[in-house]
Ligand binder design. Structure first.
Ligand code: UD1
Ligand code: UDP
Length: 355
């Protein structure tokens, strides 16, 4: 039983579900309803070939305690009535933590896809979710050697941990022929060249003072090059209130579906983001990525990719360097993180089917 609920979950689960289907493993998909807008949820099922969820718990939004509690109540009912032989959870969202907790107490084994990532920043809700989920998991699938090392250091038995690569990259590579810039331009009006931006981390979008500073910096970027920003619902109100749209070269969009979004990123001059998944996708697409965070749980995107951690004051200067043709990080190296080869879902399915 796969538990998915938030946008990045769908992108990671799609290749795992597809690979298990090829092996005739009986599966079900539970959508928790953590994300529910069409553009944050249903569009990914339509585009990525995910089967319709067997059930949608419709949990929706709330404070951490409210949302996690509602997720646990809904998932417990589901696990008891369907008695899954294994629960598969993805990434670091509240749906993942809740499923891990409920399954462990019901003695249902848990497999965690994307285990072992660590930002070592306990102020991030995701770090809490990752750490706890890994302790609760029986099978841990890691996307990088560093992640395997973190799990070993935390005392997770080595025979539980499998280094399999990155299913998010399976989805990227599996859809590479669908990222058609002309088709996107025929539907969405885009400037000739642009920076693509996304922001949704609480540390960046929840505090009005921080938001005001970031908006000023993004406007300084827009003084140099157009900025196209599909706005996550979390930051929408605060960014709008701070006047983000009030620059002639800022183009705000609704959240995009997966194919449109990756097409937008692929054709961009550079990306400004605080997303985890986007750091990984730009690594493979070799698009310079300026990550507005003090840390990353995905350091291979810096050592093997085009990612760089930045503070907001650096943004305008770095964009001007990029526009002058300067390279960033390891983007010139024809090297990708090990096993980010499009076959992680197959490896995961083989291990699960052999059980
Ligand atoms: C969640 C994850 C985060 C992940 C992100 C991916 C947790 C703790 N956080 O953050 O790790 O990076 O998803 O996008 O699980 N909202 C809508 N429509 C929706 C969904 C949300 O309007 O379909 C709005 C609601 O106002 C909600 C807010 O967004 O309160 C935040 O949603 P929530 O799921 O709590 O967390 P995210 O910030 O989306
Ligand atoms: N994404 C998308 N549309 C958007 C923004 C992001 O399809 O408007 C995709 C992106 O390509 C990646 C995933 O959503 O596959 C990342 O999700 P998000 O940034 O919300 O979460 P995080 O990875 O930070 O947890």
């Amino acid at each position: 039983m796969h538990i998915v609920g938030a946008r990045p979950n769908f992108v990671k689960a799609a290749p795992v579900v597809a690979a298990l289907a090829k092996r005739d493993v009986r599966q079900s998909v539970v959508h928790t309803g953590q994300h529910y807008d069409d553009r944050m949820s249903a569009v990914f099922f339509r585009e990525l070939g995910l089967p319709r969820p067997d059930v949608d718990l419709g949990v929706g939004s709330g404070s951490h305690a409210e949302q996690t509690a509602a997720l646990m109540v809904g998932l417990e009912r589901e696990f008891i009535s369907r008695s899954p032989g294994l629960v598969v959870v993805y990434g670091d969202v509240n749906s993942t933590l809740a499923a891990g907790l409920v399954a462990a107490k019901l003695h249902i084994p848990v497999a965690h896809v994307e285990a072992g990532l660590r930002s070592f920043d306990w102020t991030m809700p995701e770090e809490v979710n990752r750490r706890v989920t890994d302790q609760l998991s029986d099978i841990l699938f890691a996307t990088s050697p560093e992640a395997v090392g973190h799990l070993a250091a935390e005392g997770v038995a080595v025979d539980r941990v499998h280094f399999v690569g990155n299913p998010m990259i399976d989805t990227l590579l599996g859809n590479i022929d669908r990222f058609d810039t002309d088709a996107l331009r025929s539907r969405v009006e885009l400037p000739e060249s642009y920076v693509a931006a996304t922001l949704h981390r609480p540390a960046n979008v929840d505090d009005p003072e921080v938001v005001a500073r970031l908006v000023a910096r993004l406007h300084e970027v827009a003084d140099q090059i157009d900025v196209v920003m599909p706005v996550h619902p979390r930051g929408r109100a605060a960014l709008t209130a701070a006047g983000l749209a009030e620059h002639p070269r800022m183009h705000l969009l609704e959240p995009l579906g997966y194919i449109d979004f990756v097409t937008l990123v692929r054709a961009s001059t550079a990306v400004v983001t605080d997303s985890g998944g986007v750091q990984e996708e730009t690594t493979i697409l070799r698009v310079p990525c300026l990550t507005l965070r003090p840390n990353t749980e995905r350091p291979v995107t810096i050592t093997h990719g085009s990612n760089r951690l930045v503070v907001d004051s650096e943004l305008p200067g770095l964009v001007s360097k990029l526009l002058a043709g300067e390279r960033l990080g390891a983007s010139a190296v024809a090297d990708v993180p090990p096993l980010w080869d499009g076959h992680a879902g197959e490896r995961i399915a083989t291990i699960l089917a052999d059980r």
